[in-house]
Ligand binder design. Structure first.
Ligand SMILES: [Zn+2]
Length: 161
């Protein structure tokens, strides 16, 4: 995840993210992590100050879904917020935040159809890229198509299909 997102989280939720140096998942889960963080920080702030020594230890993607580890957990409710968010991550595209399902072919990941097509269009084998581009085009407005062409360098005649 972009470092600026972590910096934003550290600013908003200073108790929770006191020691964390990175979040090892893609940007599509930022809103989910932010919602979770707001709940957790509120629970931490409600604790007596001497008991506030609970911090996020590791936040990452594992086997396709979110994992959010604390050094320790102040309560079962606190842990339940985390379990709920981890489960919800199986329905949110890790790349863009759209609705998606957990795929297990090749690697575990939560990716929406458009992001999968976009990735295939950008990085797949040439034949797959053409197929993906053709399929992808039917999902897009003219503007979105132009944007993708720009992003994937298709305006550059050297790489035009
Ligand atoms: Zn997506």
């Amino acid at each position: 995840m972009k470092q600026e997102y972590l910096e934003r989280l550290k600013g908003l939720y200073p108790n929770l993210y006191l020691n964390l140096v990175s979040i090892d998942c893609r940007d599509g889960w930022y809103p989910l992590i932010e919602r979770l963080s707001a709940k957790l920080e509120a629970e931490l702030i409600a604790l007596p100050k001497v008991f506030r020594d609970y911090h996020a230890a590791q936040v990452k993607q594992k086997f396709g879904t979110l994992r959010f580890y604390m050094y320790r957990y102040p309560s079962d409710e606190f842990k339940q917020h985390i379990v709920d968010a981890e489960e919800e991550s199986a329905t949110i595209c890790e790349f863009c935040g759209a609705s998606a399902v957990l795929h297990s072919s090749g690697r575990w990941e939560v990716i929406c159809d458009l992001c999968a097509l976009k990735r295939a269009a950008r990085y797949g084998q040439v034949r797959n890229r053409l197929e993906a581009l053709i399929k992808y085009k039917t999902h897009l407005s003219e503007e979105e198509w132009e944007q993708l062409m720009k992003e994937t360098g298709q305006h550059d005649s050297k790489t035009r299909f």
